[in-house]
Write a protein that binds this ligand. Sequence first.
Ligand SMILES: *[C@@H]1O[C@H](CO)[C@@H](O)[C@H](O)[C@H]1NC(C)=O
Ligand SMILES: *[C@@H]1O[C@H](CO)[C@@H](O)[C@H](O)[C@H]1NC(C)=O
Length: 204
Amino acid sequence: MEKTWKIVLFSCLLGSFLVSSSAQTCKTQTFSNSKQYANCSDLPHLNCFLHWTYDSAAGTVDMAFRHSGTSSERWSAWAINPSGPTMMGSQALVAYVNSSGLPHPFTTSIDSMNPSMQQSDLSFGVSDLMATFENNEMTIFAVLSIPENLLSTSQVWQEGPVTSDQLGAHPFSGGNVQSVGSVNFITGQSGGDGSAGSRVRRRN
Ligand SMILES: *[C@@H]1O[C@H](CO)[C@@H](O)[C@H](O)[C@H]1NC(C)=O
Ligand SMILES: *[C@@H]1O[C@H](CO)[C@@H](O)[C@H](O)[C@H]1NC(C)=O
C-alpha cells in the first residue's frame, strides 16, 4: 500500500517537473537571424514573448514578438494600445503564413470591434518589419519609432484562425480574453498585471 503511494507521488512530481521544464522562458530564446535584445518578457498568456532594445538617442524600440506552439493555420498579433489594455485602438503588428507558404507580416490599426484586419498605417513609424515561421513559432520583428509618451503604455497580444488568407475572429475565452497588460520599454517591466490602465492615465 505504502509503496503504491510512493509511486503515485513520484509520478506526480515527475509530471510536474516535465510540465514546468517544457515551459519556455524568453531568456533562453534565440533568433535564426542571430539578433539579440537587451530586454525580454514572458507574456502571461498564449505562449507569447516580447524581446526589445530601447535606443533613447534614436527614439526607437527594436523588437521581436514570438508566439510559440502555434501553427501555419493561425495568425499572431502584438500591439501597443495607447488608449488602454483593450482591443479597440490597438496599433498592431500581425503575421500569418499566407497561401504562398510565406510568413506575411503587416500593420493594422484596430478601429472597430469587428476589424477588417487589412494593412493600414499605425500612429507611429514602423520599419524593418519581418516575420519568420519555424518550429511552430511565429516571430514578428520590427523597429518602432514611438513618441516618449508611449514608452510606458499598454500592450495587447492575440491569435486566431486563418483560412485561405482570410483572418478569422480570435477565440472569446481563456487566454484570448486575458492577453492584455502593460509595458515599460525603459525599465524593462512588462506583463499582464492589469495595472496598465492606471499607468497610461498617469501621463497628461
Ligand atoms: C505572401 O507573403 C509574402 C511575404 O510578405 C509576399 O511577398 C507574398 O506576395 C504573399 N503572397 C500572397 C499570395 O499574398
Ligand atoms: C533592460 O535593458 C537595459 C539596457 O541593457 C538594462 O540596463 C536593464 O537592466 C534591462 N532590464 C531588465 C529588466 O532586464
